[in-house]
Write a protein that binds this ligand. Sequence first.
Ligand code: SF4
Length: 401
Amino acid sequence: MPTYSHSQLSTYETCPHQYRLHYIQKIKVDTAGIEAFMGSRVHDALEKLYRDLKMTKLNTLEELLTFYHQSWEKNWSETVQIIRKEYSAEDYRRLGEKCITDYYKRYYPFDQGKTLGIEETIYFPLEEEKGYWIRGVVDRIALLDGSILEIHDYKTSSRLPGQADVEADRQLAFYHMGVEGKWKDIKEIKLIWHYLAFDAEIQSLRTPEKLQQLRQETAELIRRIESDRDFSPRESPLCDWCDYQGLCPKRKHRIVAESLPPNEYLQEEGVDLVNRLVELKEKKGVLIEEIDSELARVEEALFAYAQREELEAVYGRDFVAKIKAEIKEKYPLKGDPNRKALDEFIKNAGKWMEVSDLNPWMLARILERGGWPPSLAKKVKEFSTIEKNRSITLTKLKVRD
Ligand code: SF4
């Protein structure tokens, strides 16, 4: 039964190649970012808080923090990576401590509702007939006033989302679907995010229409995943946190090159080839600049000569230069502030189709990004042919530490 989770779908949206390595090829990596490590330790502590409460044991803040630090030390390993070099492991550890402390003080004595589930696994069919299932783990489920079900999720992220972001959040909406009908007499299901680093609580509700829309969008995304044949890497600032950089065509050479000692670095074949290419392109740029300015000088002199001698053709050894001086009308190009007004004017005059043209590059880009409904995209793609292009783009690297 094809089963998907929110993080699995997010991985695909972030980078299809990472998705393939992790979820299809199931390649295990033994590194983890410190942000995820700290988040897990904070989750462990809050899980303990509510598990013990179920057994009527209320931990003091000190007990909870002791547990947090023990869990940090027990789980710490050299494979935990710190990407943001301006911070140390201790900085992250203190941030986790602050998250727990703020949460504890804000909700003490934790009697806001009855805890029904902790780290509760949900599993439900997205579309029974297609056989897609969704799974997830809810941090905590609580019952308020006997009829309000609360889904709590703890986040240690350093970015606080706005209300519009949480209204569009897929993860907790899945949890809503997963717990629906599980308990009797529930009148409302509340989604609650605890952004612990900000000591902030954000809430949202989902209407049946919104959930139905999410079902459709998710099914569409799954169909896109299942029909993907390339799983192309998609570079973004998140690549620095990707555990698969060593297996990624966009990043693996960087990993290899950076691991070489300085004396071997410049000898490495790829590094050497790129350096030579840059050198030649720079030389070419200088030569082109010199030739262009010489060309402009000669052209100017030729125009002056033709004007002085009243000539429209000047003869050289093998070529004749025909001199033409004319005045032409010029219309605003894309990006020119007057261009929009001109477009509007021509459209209103009903002449748009006579001057407009399909932009095949733009069309390919929209289809690549999944910007049109699949049925329409499929039909348009029938007009396409496959062409293999090769290109090398040089991008200046940041200075190595
Ligand atoms: S390094 Fe970036 S592009 Fe490569 S697999 Fe990871 S996320 Fe994708």
